[in-house]
Design a binder for this molecule. Structure first.
Ligand SMILES: Cc1ncc(COP(=O)(O)O)c(C=O)c1O
Length: 396
């Protein structure tokens, strides 16, 4: 029989559909705002990473439009050839200053940074040690290395100490310890000060992915290194993204000038992928302006977060290990998370379920992402819907 070259894809897809593991894509019919239009319905948005609603900030939109006028819509090249504009360099200077680092380097996305940089930091005579709940982009970066791989228990620095000793038995030339800053499914924070303490005893490099801490934690949203009063002598790679609280798009890493010089000469995702269009870069610069001058966004985000998490807890919801604006409402069973999300949507709330295989089978949840643009009234409407549907489904 003649082979059907692509028939296997439909078979695999159908298997996902049978298990209800396929993504049902929602259509956002307008901007990502705290009240948005999704699939023809006005909803309160509780699942966007646009924590500070900066994607709609007038100064950022204005900066993007101006950059199109002055620099066009595309950069024309990869950074290393003809795609480094004055704007790209200005963004890196501004970011390094914001982060209190010697230098910063931007990538097309956070994923591209992890995938392109991590494999260049360790090789076959080295060891890489990763938190068991690290983000998929770190996992892929780690998979691309030839280093010996180790995993430590989530946020457990005693276990990290044990694993470091284990790794030393292999006599590695270099050791890289890598962790998320804020964990994206649970909203807990890595004990980075302790990670540094334990790792320094082994002369290990430390890499933190602060995608969800960026513009959320630390002084004025300066991120996890600032949050723990550490420096870039302690944390060698502070990686982040402009695509969440910054409200734009793009990855970045901050640390020493030597690190940046090395990273840009070695990361294939930097060398072989076109640079950001001017509008993107200009709006990232404007986001830094906003964060440096308008402290209220981060403050309101935290005020909303406290109000919402307390409201859920008072009703009897288990909010897991949340320490940040990522607030799970645990349901245990996947079917309950899906039913809760469907019920909330009918009440005009968009909050999506996170189920196996994204989390363990018995750890299904709705993952709420708080937003500084939500009004008290919108938070109360959301909480009332959580109470109504949660009681109906016997979750609370
Ligand atoms: C922890 C973490 N790292 C990296 C990324 C990737 O960032 P980007 O969307 O900029 O590619 C994400 C986004 O989901 C993330 O949550």
């Amino acid at each position: 029989m003649m082979r059907n070259p692509i028939g296997w894809m439909r078979t695999e897809y159908n298997k996902l559909v049978e298990q209800n593991f396929d993504w049902k894509i929602r259509e956002l019919q307008g901007p990502s705002t705290p009240k948005a239009r999704v699939d023809g319905k006005e909803v309160i948005m509780l699942c966007s990473n646009n924590y500070l609603n900066l994607s709609n900030h007038p100064k950022m939109k204005k900066a993007a439009l101006k950059a199109i006028e002055t620099h066009g819509v595309g950069s024309g090249s990869v950074r290393a050839i003809a795609g480094t504009m004055d704007l790209h360099l200005e963004l890196e200077r501004r970011l390094a200053n914001f982060k209190g680092a010697e230098a910063s380097l931007t990538y097309s996305a956070g994923f591209a940074c992890n995938e392109g940089l991590i494999p260049q930091l360790v090789g076959k005579n080295d060891a890489i040690i990763s938190d068991e709940l690290n983000h998929g982009s770190i996992i892929d970066g780690v998979r691309l290395t030839k280093a010996k791989r180790f995993v430590y228990k989530h946020c457990d620095t005693d276990d990290l100490a044990r694993v470091l000793n284990e790794a030393e038995k292999e006599k590695p030339d270099k050791i890289l310890v890598i962790t998320d800053g804020v964990f994206s499914m649970d909203g807990d924070i890595s004990p980075l000060d302790k990670v540094v303490e334990v790792s320094q005893e082994h002369g290990a490099m430390i890499y933190v992915d602060d995608a969800h801490g960026e513009a959320v934690i630390g002084k004025g949203g300066r991120g996890i290194v600032s949050h723990f009063n550490l420096t870039h002598h302690d944390v060698h790679f502070e990686m982040g993204t402009f695509s969440k609280a910054f409200g734009v798009m793009g990855g970045h890493v901050s640390g020493s000038r030597d690190m940046v010089n090395y990273a840009l000469n070695k990361s294939r995702s930097w060398l072989l992928s076109a640079s950001h269009p001017p509008a993107t870069v200009a709006s990232c610069i404007a986001a830094i302006d906003v964060l440096e001058t308008e402290e209220e966004h981060v403050k309101t985000l935290w005020k909303n977060r406290e109000y919402f998490v307390k409201g859920l807890q008072q009703m009897g919801y288990d909010t897991g290990f949340s320490q940040t604006p990522i607030i799970p409402a645990m349901t245990g069973e996947s079917s309950k998370a899906v039913a809760l999300s469907d019920g909330l949507y009918k009440e005009g709330i968009l909050a999506l379920p996170i189920v196996f295989p994204m989390v363990a089978r018995d750890k299904a949840r709705i993952r709420n992402m708080m937003n500084s643009g939500l009004s008290m009234e919108q938070l109360d409407i959301s909480l009332a819907a959580y109470e109504k549907i949660g009681k109906k489904l016997n979750i609370i």
